[in-house]
Design a protein around this ligand. Structure first.
Ligand SMILES: Nc1ncnc2c1ncn2[C@@H]1O[C@H](COP(=O)(O)OP(=O)(O)O)[C@@H](O)[C@H]1O
Ligand SMILES: [Mg+2]
Length: 249
């Protein structure tokens, strides 16, 4: 199912002050693939995702999304490419004073208002909510939802524009095991049905082993592992074997 490169890191370096977070990191994610990124806390996993949507710029190297170097884009060029990227960040909560439905309508109105009627937008929002099992919750406020439902609503918002690329930061954090597997199942469903390329930062090894076509392991600024789960099980790097080991979960 893999095709053209969707994301390419070429010799990407990023420091904050004296701290080198990424040191000449290179990897490629192809169309339709699911990449899971593992690593200890503070190893640059969230920074890696932020570089992919141009929220951060590399100090050197390039970050290609499709064929564009997103680190060189600004204004309209950046907005255009972000239209095709969905993201579900750990901290990117829903807007508390908006209903679930209005939270989903926001990106559609922002990007597609000119050629979609209010009725059409409402239909798309309802369709998307149905796909994550929240069709009955369209008029609820985020405060009325459980943790798992909030994640599903966030995922629905990230996917409502049918992005080519989905970035997800720690989807299972704060969720119990069963709820976390429900989120994994949803991600897998969308990957299969829409061939959405996905990059998922996670601590959940069980989920990663199930979802990932490829796994990347970051440590001290370096990509110490990159490959299929089977390849990383045989890595000669002890940390990589430990982080991917099923006994972690
Ligand atoms: N905007 C920022 N300004 C300064 N330091 C940052 C910024 N973003 C991340 N960092 C630092 O970069 C390192 C990696 O962060 P992050 O990617 O969030 O780690 P994680 O792998 O846990 O997601 C951490 O030391 C963090 O403090
Ligand atoms: Mg993080």
């Amino acid at each position: 199912m893999s095709g053209q490169p969707v994301v390419e890191f070429k010799q990407v370096s990023k420091s904050f002050g004296q701290r080198k977070v990424l040191d000449h990191v290179s990897f490629t994610v192809n169309e339709g693939e699911v990449l899971c990124i593992l690593g200890r806390s503070g190893t640059g996993k969230s920074v890696t995702l932020k570089l992919m949507i141009g929220l951060l710029k590399p100090d050197s190297g390039s970050v290609l999304v499709g064929s564009e170097d997103i680190s060189q884009l600004e204004g309209d060029g950046l907005a255009k490419i972000r239209r095709d990227i969905g993201f579900l960040f750990q901290s990117a909560a829903l807007f508390d004073s908006f209903t679930v439905g209005d939270n989903l309508a926001l990106p559609v109105k922002h990007f597609d208002k000119k050629h979609k009627s209010p009725k059409q937008i409402q239909t798309e929002v309802e369709d998307m909510l149905r796909q994550v099992g929240l069709e009955k919750d369209v008029n609820k406020l985020p405060s009325e939802l459980s943790g798992g439902m909030k994640k599903r609503a966030g995922l629905a918002r990230a996917l409502v524009l049918n992005p080519k690329l989905l970035l997800v930061d720690e989807p299972s954090s704060g969720l119990d095991r069963i709820t976390a597997s429900e989120i994994d199942e949803l991600l897998m469903k969308f990957n299969t049905e829409r061939n959405t390329t996905m990059i998922i930062v996670t601590h959940d090894v069980r989920g990663a082993r199930k979802l990932a076509d490829k796994v990347a392991v970051l440590d001290e600024g370096n990509l110490v592992g990159f490959g299929t789960v089977e390849e990383l099980d045989r890595s000669d790097n002890g940390l990589v074997r430990e982080l991917i080991s099923e006994s972690q979960s």
